[in-house]
Write a protein that binds this ligand. Structure first.
Ligand code: MN3
Length: 215
């Protein structure tokens, strides 16, 4: 099968009490798995069949918003979401990342409130992202299965704001879920690695390309 469901990078109970094992059980084992199964079904016999995931996301989106794009996009988004969290998130961001965050948003508290309000203001289902836009950090939101990857921006960290991500644990309190994500769960080391990789690509390809594979 071209697309696979990755194992969670931690135990299902590891993010408690902020995300329950029951939520992860459904979210990873049912929702994410369903996107993988559906995408594998739809991609059969198409020219996307053997493409690496990121390239397939970009190519499927270039061809329009289709059922295939929605399912491939959701695989990519969820893969990244699991990696964007860690049971050790309370340690906070490293001084190097904090410096970049301060440069872009003023300070960490401003970043936090902007990230939360961006996630809260996403109408309906979607995602809130910390991205590198040609070296500059930005917070962006996307609806449904959309990803900043298709706009040449490099995702550093993402939070799923579909109701299935938080409803069992937070019901309608999306802001509380987002606050727990930023304060307790976010994997800042992962964000920093992605940031360094984005800077490296920028250094290699220059400011006309963020290394997004779309050109
Ligand atoms: Mn989800």
């Amino acid at each position: 099968m071209p697309f696979t469901l990755p194992e969670l990078p931690y135990d299902k109970a590891a993010l408690e009490p902020y995300i329950s094992s029951k939520t992860l059980d459904f979210h990873h084992g049912k929702h994410h798995k369903a996107y993988v199964d559906k995408a594998n079904d739809l991609v059969k016999g198409t020219h996307l069949e053997n493409m690496p995931l990121e390239q397939a996301v970009i190519e499927a989106r270039r061809e329009g918003v289709s059922l295939l794009f929605n399912n491939i996009g959701q695989i990519y988004n969820h893969n990244m979401f699991w990696l964007s969290m860690t049971p050790d998130g309370e340690g906070g961001a490293s001084p190097a990342l904090l410096e970049k965050i301060a440069e872009a948003f003023g300070d960490f508290d401003s970043f936090k409130s902007q990230f939360i309000s961006m996630g809260v203001s996403q109408f309906g289902s979607g995602w809130v992202w910390l991205v590198s836009n040609r070296g500059a950090l930005e917070i962006v939101k996307t609806p449904n299965a959309e990803t900043p990857l298709t706009e040449g921006k490099t995702p550093l960290l993402v939070c799923d704001v579909w109701e299935h991500a938080y409803y069992l644990d937070y019901q309608n309190r999306r802001a509380d879920f987002l606050e727990a994500f930023v304060e307790k769960l976010a994997n800042w080391e992962y964000a920093m690695r992605n940031c360094e990789e984005a800077d490296r690509m920028l250094g290699t390809f220059g400011s006309s390309c963020g290394g997004c594979m779309c050109c």
